[in-house]
Design a protein around this ligand. Sequence first.
Ligand code: FES
Length: 174
Amino acid sequence: MSNESKRTRHALNRRDFLKVSSGCMAGVAGVPMLSVSSPALGATPTSAYPVMEVARLSELKPGTTIPFAYPGPSSPALLMRLPEAARDGVGKDSTIVAFSILCTHKGCPVSYKAEQGMLICPCHWSTFDPAKGGDLIIGQASSSLPRIELRIEGDKVQAVGVEGLIYGHHTNIL
Ligand code: FES
């Protein structure tokens, strides 16, 4: 056999192997595949969250903050009406937002500093921007604060879900 035909046979064998192995991977039955649109591990489907009234819209003046717990008593959160429109804010001026206050670094409770317009962790100074969906601005944490999803029903501001995994939880609803 010439060197040329050996090379061709070798190339075909490799091609056949790749075809068979990729077919096997695609054909494994019963193995759940994560798709791009799958929720992150540990996240809870929105439909599983309770609907909870957090505040009266008519009583929520700009600058107001209201502590609450959601979706359960071990998950402290803060509702805020910011002075300006916020990403994912609700209400007619999009100023109402809410976040888990458990810092995503090691779980210390963050607090809102109105003069800076930021949620700041007292433990290692991670700083999160409530006007930008709780994005991490600086600090030891590696991810944004989980955002409490809100909706307005008449005069009620309701919590209806959580985007992101609350610190210390393997799933948001225990
Ligand atoms: S616990 Fe918040 S920065 Fe470390």
